[in-house]
Design a binder for this molecule. Structure first.
Ligand code: IPE
Ligand code: IPE
Ligand code: MG
Length: 246
């Protein structure tokens, strides 16, 4: 990590940043373009921000919200374009993960995706699993909802109890968290939402218990590395008490 960035971020530089990549549609509409044009520019922007977070900020985990369990409500054409973009960028990324020291993992219920997308996601998992664990981990949230993640974890735990592998009594926060998509990933210290909306929209509901939030009006396609610096500078000034007294 370059010295000057580390200093700018203070001692509290986050290990895990999560981003709700919102505002693509409005960005396009403001330019008289179809909403899908915003998704294209938004996807390109993710690459730029991901490399910056890894190489300059030095984060070990970056979690990005790409498609929610509620986003299926949108027009079929828009959903199709988002799925095509995911497919396209996963094919590109899979080629450079080893070279660039990235691992890509998925949060969300991938069973609802097309066979094509499921296949590339499985290949991405395979490549990631073979890479060193200390590489920066990019968690892509696709067909992800915080409530759905918690429900799927509860179902898996109940199934393990029914099989005699687990008991209801031994369940605690740590054990439950190992059943979530975010198993082995520390909670995000910082959650960023561009686009001016002041809500979580079902993102990381379990993991955000003590996260710091950074909201900005900038739309995701316009979101720059300077915004990341501003978010981290804001984070560095926060007084994190976790319920205690400082
Ligand atoms: C975020 O941008 C991308 C997805 C939700 C898939 P939006 O498409 O929600 O953009 P706005 O919020 O309508 O501007
Ligand atoms: C959240 O954005 C989901 C993603 C960015 C993928 P939305 O645009 O779906 O959220 P709402 O509808 O404004 O709450
Ligand atoms: Mg939106």
């Amino acid at each position: 990590m370059p010295e000057e960035k580390n200093a700018a971020a203070g001692t509290a530089s986050p290990r895990h940043i999560a981003i709700i990549m919102d505002g693509n549609g409005r960005w396009a509409t403001q330019r008289g373009l179809p909403r899908t044009a915003g998704h294209k520019v938004g996807a390109e922007n993710l690459l730029k921000i991901a490399y910056y977070c890894k190489d300059v900020v030095g984060v070990k985990y970056l979690t990005v919200y790409a498609f929610s369990t509620e986003n299926w409500k949108r027009a079929t054409e828009e959903v199709n374009v988002i799925m095509l973009l995911l497919d396209h960028y996963l094919h590109e990324f899979i080629e450079v993960m080893a070279r660039d020291h990235f691992r890509i993992c998925f949060f969300g219920d991938l069973s609802k995706l097309s066979p094509k997308l499921k296949k590339i996601a499985a290949r991405t998992d395979e490549v990631s699993n073979a890479l060193p664990k200390d590489y920066c981990r990019l968690n892509l949230c696709i067909n992800y909802g915080g409530r759905d993640e918690i429900l799927r974890a509860a179902r898996k735990y109940a199934a393990d109890c029914a099989q005699g592998i687990r008991t209801p009594e031994e369940l605690d926060e740590h054990l439950f968290s190992t059943y979530l998509d975010s198993d082995e990933v520390p909670d995000p210290e910082l959650i960023i939402r561009p686009s001016g909306e002041l809500r979580l929209s079902n993102f990381l509901l379990w993991q955000c218990a003590y996260s710091e939030f950074y909201f900005t009006d900038t739309l995701w396609p316009d979101f720059t590395t300077d915004e990341i610096d501003r978010a981290i500078a804001s984070y560095a000034k926060r007084n994190r008490r976790f319920g205690g007294v400082k």
